[in-house]
Design a protein around this ligand. Structure first.
Ligand code: NAD
Ligand code: ZN
Length: 354
């Protein structure tokens, strides 16, 4: 499949094609002066040679150490200095070959190097199907994730779903949580399809990957096209993330993957939704389905309620210390609401946390 995404600066294609890593060069503009591939130490031994082989012009390559730690000012500086030393100019293009970490720092480098050059996303994790569309790029500060960044839409996003077969199980599970999120907030039939056709414990066959990517990227597209710079509905993408981020940080990054924590956050947000809207969302059934898929939905033990609440208060979405949650009035009907601290405390405690 191939379809387009509209950004305020330009419209770009999303291509989902098994095997396309072998012919990336064919699919991109040949008028660039240089091709600058940024990848990481895990992806490089798996796919760099296959990608490079299709290039008629030589490509310049920079490899960052795999992992979130590379989304740093230090790596950013290294990339830019390397680019300068290797003659990357305004008419060059950066190609991000990797997961969300590579996509974010390569995208941010493209946004700022020489005041902005073109870049192309070649996402190799499922999670990066979410981060590669929408134009957000950025790096971390010691004091906070994604604290420095820019909006810079890619010129193209190219998925080769075959590369997902080498993903570690937990990375697959992490990305699948974002697909589930897209389903619950915007496309319930995608959510049902996921429950019936895939598992969070195993990467499915390529044809299912193609289907799932197309559906999920189209949800992301619909949301970012209507709200590119995050005023209203883009916030709905934070469903499950208010508590999810708090759990990730509280447990120490790396203990739970982002998606594993978001799955717990979604289960929690469903319960909060029922409480706030005094309605039944059949949360018991959905939570059961999440467990069946392979997620933990109850809050990890040894988490402290006060500390979780405190973290949620500091969430970027909050205003004046209020805790704001994306809740569901019904499936496909998200709403951003301030939720009373007392209610959250009660529900966290029912969830088994002191
Ligand atoms: P990641 O890039 O660290 O990839 C996860 C791991 O999988 C890494 O060890 C990586 O080396 C490895 N890997 C990548 N592709 C592989 C493959 N095909 N086979 C085997 N191993 C492979 O992390 P991620 O989960 O892809 O992305 C997380 C990042 O995305 C975070 O920094 C987050 O802030 C960012 N993000 C950005 C946005 C946005 O809108 N810009 C949205 C969501 C998340
Ligand atoms: Zn997320």
């Amino acid at each position: 499949p191939e379809f387009t995404v509209r950004a305020s600066s330009h419209t770009y294609p999303v291509i989902i094609e098994p095997g396309c890593r072998h012919k990336l060069y064919e699919k991109i503009n040949h008028s660039y002066s240089q091709y600058f591939i940024i990848t990481d130490t895990n992806v490089s031994p798996l796919y760099l040679e296959e990608v490079k082989r299709s290039f008629k012009k030589t490509a310049v390559v920079y490899t960052i150490p795999a992992g979130e730690g590379s989304k740093s000012l230090e790596q950013f500086e290294k990339i830019c200095s390397f680019a300068l030393d290797h003659g990357i100019d305004r008419n060059s293009v950066i190609i991000a070959l990797g997961g969300g970490v590579v996509g974010d720092i390569a995208g941010f480098s493209a946004a700022s190097y020489m005041r902005g050059i073109d870049f192309i996303q070649v996402p190799t994790t499922l999670l990066a199907h979410d981060s590669s569309v929408g134009g957000k790029t950025g790096i971390n500060l010691p004091g906070g994730k994604n604290m420095i960044g820019a909006f810079h839409a890619p010129k193209a996003v190219m998925f080769d779903p075959e590369v997902f077969h080498t993903l570690p199980e937990r990375e697959w599970r992490s990305g699948l949580a974002e697909v589930i999120k897209h389903g619950l907030i915007y496309d319930y039939s995608l959510y049902s399809w996921v429950c019936e056709n895939v598992s969070a414990r195993q990467v499915p066959d390529t044809s299912k990957l193609v289907y799932l990517l197309e559906r999920s990227v189209k949800v992301k597209r619909a949301i970012v096209e209507s709200d590119e710079k995050e005023k209203g509905i883009r916030a709905f993408l934070n469903f499950g993330h208010t508590l999810g981020h708090a759990i990730e940080a509280e447990a120490g990054y790396g203990l739970w993957t982002h998606g594993e924590a978001v799955a717990m956050g979604m289960a929690f947000a469903l319960k909060v939704s029922e409480e706030v809207f005094q309605t039944s969302l059949d949360s018991g059934k959905i939570i059961n389905q999440l467990e069946q898929l392979g997620y933990h939905t109850s809050l990890p033990e040894n988490m402290n309620t006060d500390r979780l609440i405190d973290r949620m208060k500091r969430d970027k979405k909050g205003i004046n210390g209020q805790i704001r949650f994306v809740l569901l009035e019904a499936p496909e009907r998200p709403k951003l609401v301030s939720v009373e601290e007392g209610m959250l405390r009660n529900l966290i405690q029912i969830g088994g946390v002191k």
